[in-house]
Design a binder for this molecule. Structure first.
Ligand code: COA
Length: 172
C-alpha cells in the first residue's frame, strides 16, 4: 500500500464527467453498488444531483471527487444528518488505482470533515459480498454492527434479496 499520495478531495465540476464515467460505467467496479453500470446519461443525472446539493445551506450531501495527477479517479461521499448527528460514508474508485491506499486516505479526510461538523457517529453499509469495502471500513476503525439478511436491494432482480452489512464508528 502506498501512503500519503498527493490527493485532492474536491467538489465535482461538469468537466469531470468523462473521468467519472470511466469508473461509473465499469460493470466490475459497480457490481456491488446500488446503481450502475451507468450510461453517460446516468452519469449526467448523477452530476446534476450532486450540483443541486452544493448550493444548499447547510450542505448535507458532500459528494466529492478524488483527484490524483490531475484527473478524477474516484468519488467519496459524506451524507450528513445534522439532527441525528450521524453521517454516512460511501466510496468508489477507478479500478486502475485500487489497493494503493487511496480511498483509505480520502476517507480519513472525510472523517475529519464529519468531526468538524459535530457528528457523533459515522456509518456505512455494503453488500455482504463486498470484501474490499467492509475491509476498508475495518481498517478505518469502524466496527461491524449488524448483517441484515435480505436487507439490501438487488438491482438485477429488483428485490431485496441481498444481505447487507452495517458498520459504525463513534466520533466522540
Ligand atoms: C472499496 C474500494 C473503494 C477500496 O478502495 P481502495 O483505494 O482500493 O482501498 P485502499 O487501498 O485504501 O485499501 C484500504 C484497506 O481496505 C482493505 N481492502 C481494500 N481492497 C481490498 C480487497 N480487494 N480485498 C481485501 N481487502 C481490501 C484492506 O484492508 C486495505 O488495506 P491494506 O491494503 O493495507 O491491506 C474499491 O475497492 C472500490 O472502488 N470498489 C468498487 C466500488 C464499491 O464497491 N464501493 C463500495 C460500495 S458499498
Amino acid at each position: 500500500m502506498t501512503t500519503n499520495l498527493i490527493l485532492k478531495i474536491r467538489p465535482f465540476t461538469q468537466n469531470d464527467i468523462e473521468d467519472i464515467h470511466l469508473y461509473a460505467s465499469n460493470p466490475i467496479t459497480t457490481q456491488y453498488m446500488l446503481w450502475g453500470p451507468n450510461t453517460i446519461e446516468d452519469t449526467q443525472v448523477f452530476l446534476n444531483y450532486v450540483f443541486s446539493h452544493y448550493s444548499k445551506t447547510p450542505i448535507t450531501n458532500f459528494e466529492y471527487g478524488i483527484e490524483f495527477e490531475g484527473k478524477i479517479i474516484g468519488g467519496i461521499a459524506l451524507i450528513v444528518d445534522y439532527v441525528a448527528q450521524s453521517a454516512e460514508i460511501g466510496w468508489i474508485l477507478n479500478e486502475a488505482y485500487h489497493r494503493r491506499g487511496i480511498v483509505f486516505q480520502a476517507a480519513k479526510e472525510m472523517i475529519a470533515l464529519a468531526k468538524s461538523l459535530g457528528m457523533e457517529t459515522l456509518h456505512a453499509t455494503a453488500d455482504s459480498r463486498n470484501i474490499a469495502s467492509y475491509k476498508l471500513m475495518e481498517k478505518l476503525g469502524m466496527h461491524h454492527v449488524s448483517t441484515t439478511i435480505h436487507g439490501r436491494f438487488n438491482k438485477l432482480t429488483g428485490q431485496y434479496d441481498l444481505d447487507q452489512v452495517y458498520y459504525e464508528l463513534k466520533l466522540k
